[in-house]
Design a binder for this molecule. Sequence first.
Ligand code: ADP
Length: 401
Amino acid sequence: MKILVINTGSSSLKYQLFFMDTSEVLAAGLIEKIGESSSVITHRKHPYRTDGSKVSKEQAITGHKAAISIMIDLLTDKNTGVIETKKDITAIGHRVVHGGEAFHEPVVIDQDVIRAIQEHAPLAPLHNPANLIGIEACQESFPGIPQVAVFDTAFHQTIPPRAFHYAIEHELYEKYKVRRYGFHGTSHKYVAFQTAKFLNTTLDTLNLITIHLGNGSSMAAIQNGKCIDTSMGMTPLEGIVMGTRSGDIDPGILFFLANELKMNIAELDTLLNKKSGLKGLCGTNDMRDVLEKRKAKDPKASLAFDLYAYRIKKYIGAYFAALGKLDAIVFTGGIGENSSDIRKGACENLEALGISISDGLNQINNGQSRSIHSDDGKVKILVIPTNEELQIAKGTMEVIG
Ligand code: ADP
């Protein structure tokens, strides 16, 4: 069975074709700057094999339908391709950012699902409309091939009311669905399952704190395999510190900025989403640069690092309290998988809670799932590489049976 996973942005299209018997990625590609005069295409055949190959080219691509047609050519071409015809694809899984309260699981896309994704666009104005463009273009280009939507929010739909409500007028929830939804659900779900596999047990026996640290970052508290709380909120702005997003902030600061600096809604949006987080604190949103600058004793980078790690630690404490019993803390994402310093900073001085990181194990970076806790730690600390695309492919396969 071959499953194509599609992630559409407003001007980009990312794809991976999986052979599900072995979970191998047969081909992967990214088409960027769609609609601009010079779009950029990168396509890899057998990206994880030593005999893999890569093509990159630039050409004008007018829209997503044209981008999909180029993707099909690359996938079926005798040099760059891995399938004979597009009919060799069993199903297509689409990443959809916001499913609101309507979707708890992946679903086969029909007109009702499309309508629901449209209806949720106000909750994810940058993402859902773009995801829909990809879905509609694929429906036209792959007639008869099942299309499945896999939602970033779905895994968090088990969060109980006390954790998903905000303490504001109840009517705002009833009328406008203002509540916590959480994001990165596909990643949290994937690493939770991989953790159970790694520990040789089943997920329904485990209480976990999963920590996804990428450009966007979030944490989840998972009880007996079900998510009971997560750090992102109604939007991906809430929670721990991110590359360019502030994470938690006193809402009163917004009134202050509006009153004193006369900042309008659009400026506040840009400030908190694009100019804050690591970037706001020390001028760069890339953790590798923050770590370099910190090594060179840059005080702003040191503060950014400390604040970043401290916020994660606070959430570990909060989620430990919410869970009552904790089996493992799981780090994932570009930063979680690669930065031993951040992992150490986040877990430091938590020995009283049974959380103790091994300096030696924490330094090993082999790209594999691994344990990094010390022998005397009661709580396991793990690094589990995420793979959201594979989780989307698996979800798609499950739905189509
Ligand atoms: P995205 O959320 O866009 O998928 P990633 O999960 O790839 O992003 O994470 C990107 C972040 O990972 C960046 O801040 C980058 O600096 C960081 N990162 C990648 N490699 C390393 C590394 N070796 N050490 C520290 N941080 C790293």
